[in-house]
Design a protein around this ligand. Sequence first.
Ligand SMILES: Nc1nc2c(c(=O)[nH]1)N[C@H]1C(S)=C(S)[C@@H](COP(=O)(O)OP(=O)(O)OC[C@H]3O[C@@H](n4cnc5c(=O)[nH]c(N)nc54)[C@H](O)[C@@H]3O)O[C@H]1N2
Ligand SMILES: Nc1nc2c(c(=O)[nH]1)N[C@H]1C(S)=C(S)[C@@H](COP(=O)(O)OP(=O)(O)OC[C@H]3O[C@@H](n4cnc5c(=O)[nH]c(N)nc54)[C@H](O)[C@@H]3O)O[C@H]1N2
Ligand code: SF4
Ligand SMILES: [Mo]
Length: 707
Amino acid sequence: MTAPSLPSPGPRVVRTTCPYCAVQCNFDVHVENGLAVKLMPTKECPVARGTVCKKGLAALNDLRHPERLTDPLLRKNGQLVPVSWAEALAYVRDALTPLLDSNPAAVGVYGSGSLTNEKTYLLGKFARLALKTPNIDYNGRYCMASASAALNRTVGYDRGLGFPLGEMAGSDLILLVGANIAETLPPIMQYLKAAKDRGGAVYSIDPRATVTAKVAGHHLAVRPGSDGVLALGLIHLMKRWGKIRPTAPAHGLAEVLAQATAYPSQRVAAECGIPESELLLLAKRYAEATKPLILTGRGAEQHAHGTDTVQAWLNLSYLTGHFGKPGGGYGTLTGQGNGQGGREHGQKNDQLPGARSLRDPRHRAEMAALWGCAPDDLPQPGLSAQNLLNACGQDGGIEALIVLGSNPVVSAAGAGQITENLKALKHLIVIDFLPSETAKLATLVLPGGMWCEEEGTTTNLEGRVQRRRKAITAPGAAREDWRILCDLAAAVGRPQGFEYASFRELQDEFFRATRGGKADYSGLSAERLDRASVQWPVRHADGPDTPHAYAPTYPTADGWATLHVPELPAPAPARQLTLTTGRLGHHYQSGTQTRRNTALLSKNGADHGVQVHPETARDYGLRVGEEVILRTAHGQVTLPLTLNPGLRPDTVFLPFHWPGAANLLTDPHTLDPHSQMPAFKATAVTLLPAHAAVFPSARSGLEVVLG
Ligand SMILES: Nc1nc2c(c(=O)[nH]1)N[C@H]1C(S)=C(S)[C@@H](COP(=O)(O)OP(=O)(O)OC[C@H]3O[C@@H](n4cnc5c(=O)[nH]c(N)nc54)[C@H](O)[C@@H]3O)O[C@H]1N2
Ligand SMILES: Nc1nc2c(c(=O)[nH]1)N[C@H]1C(S)=C(S)[C@@H](COP(=O)(O)OP(=O)(O)OC[C@H]3O[C@@H](n4cnc5c(=O)[nH]c(N)nc54)[C@H](O)[C@@H]3O)O[C@H]1N2
Ligand code: SF4
Ligand SMILES: [Mo]
């Protein structure tokens, strides 16, 4: 390998993309003496058009944070101590080679939607070709996987938004179903406001009255988990009102319409916990709209019936002829920086690059030819994310895990059990740039590169591929992640296919690998992306890109869509208190980056508390600011109480950015059968004051003494 390229020392300005969310705002990073000194938004950004959010603006702070990892750390006598790369890689050789020789499936790989396309591609290739393990998956399973599963089984592929974001402004009715974009994807609010300015109506469908709901102007506070029923209620009314005119012929139309007859508005209003009049008003608006746009977020999707919930909304859009039309239809709001590209290029347990299937003999043959192996050498699909973590440290399960770009000690469902599982591993190798809670458990930590220390591409929530350019060099002995993966392949004695002379060689191979896949990037090059960003597929160097992804016909066996009949659970018992979880505007994900960033630290420190409706607090005898115990079938936590009058009284809300909090309470075992998504957004919970020795089960009057 050649030495890393050193950027020139003089002052420079490098345009790159944000390390955080799926909007992928463009910034100009000003570099002086090899350090990033200033970050400026640019009006030329095709997505955010010159706006950024507070996280993006503060992104430089972590680059040279005092806790930044600059050396490999190896666990010796219980402590992580700095070692040379030679010693770190010798550990990798000694740890992994015996497992790879006897049972490669005992080595797991856990990736991330934060990784660039090139790293995603390389991680999948590394698992299949160097490690030969079937057990690779990634944190996107926790993210938009339910929407992805619904789109894939309906129209054969999945690009979160099938149209350019700017077209949102032309919609006359926008339904945000479980998406709090004012806090999670702030620059998109400009398109929402533009739609409102033109007379469009915007609804937030969310158990909480969020900032987004206030700007939207219309709020339907549904019970957690009831969104699918709401969609069936709308289909029922559209049918009654003669509004069914499907986008194109499709399989399953009759079955889907037949199911909706069982969902009259009275039933639907009761199950969703909303007034029937509000349901009828929404239905009337939907029926009259010319370009209604349904956008789902994690609130609708992160359930054990998330795929079927999304399916119900997708069916509504398709049946009423809006799906796939410019400015209208259905889309999912992808979350992570490269949440879109991260789900296309082979870090999923069942996937090969270009959104190919690991189960398809033709796809296997295509990748085997590119990688110079026999198709049968490629493993079959392995465990999906939560099952992979559940299998860690278990008899006959995963003995060594490599983590790149995730912090499952905070973000996995049932995080208490997962933490014990990770501790029980023989080897936990974490590649990170900061000491995340997961890195702190590792046997080996490898210091990786941060966003503007690496070259690459990311694909944003509308399928727009952009360059993420390198502005500075990683500090100390930290290395770019792609080089670390190549080093690991060499360490286990399988360097073939990982001997790139430059990043460019890897990037060009990645673009080539997607040729002929559903997510085809083969018409791309760094030079083309320098001229303009593009939306995939892009099949030829001089050919067009694809702003509208979902025009019929579809990449399915016969070109038709297949609408599936959603299977929805019975509503939760009326008196049940439900815990839901989500995000705050100034924190990102498991918090490794934002909890260290002084520009983002909360002013009052109460933001990690549990949000409860004042009426519920009164019912349970709780006072503001006091510590309360939350208990579910999966765990218990004690946190300060915050009142939120904008929340449904039968729902409590907890942000998930902190360790020892939300995910100690979530269920690691009950997964969506189609997407393998845990139910992050609905867990039956009980509350009690932390000072109380007895547990007043408020609504039943029973008292349970805590052990
Ligand atoms: N500030 C910030 N921005 C982020 C992130 C971050 O961590 N912080 N993460 C990024 C990522 S990876 C993602 S996936 C996106 C997520 O973006 P969003 O989907 O907007 O985020 P969440 O807060 O998880 O959930 C959205 C809303 O769903 C509501 N909700 C909970 N349960 C239900 C339900 O059953 N039905 C309905 N209709 N609503 C429900 C919650 O009250 C919440 O307001 O954000 C991205 N942007
Ligand atoms: N209860 C609850 N749990 C949830 C959710 C929820 O709404 N509620 N949301 C789920 C969702 S949508 C998501 S996406 C997950 C996210 O949760 P995680 O999968 O934990 O993702 P991050 O917090 O982004 O973790 C990224 C880690 O990798 C590091 N990192 C980031 N980028 C890179 C990189 O390029 N290279 C290297 N080497 N390291 C990197 C960061 O420092 C950090 O430690 O959480 C899920 N968990
Ligand atoms: S976090 Fe998202 S919205 Fe904020 S600046 Fe970064 S890409 Fe833009
Ligand atoms: Mo996500």
